[in-house]
Design a protein around this ligand. Sequence first.
Ligand code: MLT
Length: 393
Amino acid sequence: MKVNLNYAKLADSYLFSTIAKKVSEFIKNNPDKSVIRLGIGDVTLPLAPKVVEAMKKAADEMGVQETFRGYGPEQGYDFLRNAIVDYYKEHRVSLEPDEVFISDGAKSDLGNILDLFSQDNVVLIPNPVYPVYVDTNTMAGRKIVFADANEENGFLPMPDESIKADLIYICSPNNPTGAVYTKEQLKKWVEYANKNNAIILFDSAYECFIKDETLPRSIFEIEGAKTCAIEFCSLSKTAGFTGTRAGYTIVPKALTRDDMSLNKMWVRRQTTKFNGVPYVIQRAAEAVFSPEGRTQIKKNIEYYSENAKIISSTLDELNIKYFGGKHSPYIWLKCPNNMKSWEFFDYLLENAAVVGTPGAGFGDNGEGFFRLTSFGNREKTIEAMDRFKKLFG
Ligand code: MLT
């Protein structure tokens, strides 16, 4: 018997678990301090009324013989797949319902998709980045090459023809830096992938924060992407589903490699290893895309965007350099006084009782940076910024 020794190459615990542990220790030792959490990107506003109404109605259906449902289709119910197809149409992306796969969130599918790829693929991952991409590939023992994201390129690395990559991760709007690729920039990635037979794994979990209609919300807005990309999205940030769990993955039928259809492979994978998202949750997700649901979730997104403005204007006032916060719920700031990321994390926690995420946790290019989220509640965000002003003003 041998265990998967690749696990020994991982950091002891997942970034956000490490932070949660540190914070609970701090709270235990400082029971009098009121801690403000702007660390993990977890939402604070409740679900939209339309979503709750749909969930209740679906729960009632499950208690009645005639409308009770057992196993659902593993890829999701048609009503939700169709709602997502319609949503994409608004961004001039035309999809077929069986290119849309309902999941319990982007994180799971970003990990699960690796089942479709050979272990000897070379993976290109931006640095810094959402730690799931690195950790899941490390678990699988794949070779990882990093694409430098830094201040010079505005945290938006571009393809390098001298690097031969098979799988390419792109997250735009980016977690953690908040940087967003333009259509022209994404086009270069699509060209690179098609030319080199690579596949782009595009994480669009933060697309709903894009305010500029000229910026792409989906990789499929780029011509040629259907032959080289898979897209992952989630309702976690769009509609506050972090605890409700629903997302979707788009695997185009035009995507083939080695005479195999990736769409068919994903159907095979999902029907074998996944029993689908609960009916009640899928009805709730459907409500997100209804006109009333859309209006309600828009209000929540505006609330978080206003928080982002409060944070960025405080940083402007304090002359602290930052990125993001405009088309993203994340503000990526340069640690004041040249502090290192974890040093700043401890300093901020001890002196202001504010929690953020150390940039170094997203990769070594994140060293010296720090991520704040705008998903907090308004009063607490304002209070956190007052504490910043006292500390750095
Ligand atoms: C984050 O804080 O980066 C996100 O909440 C993580 C996630 O969505 O899994």
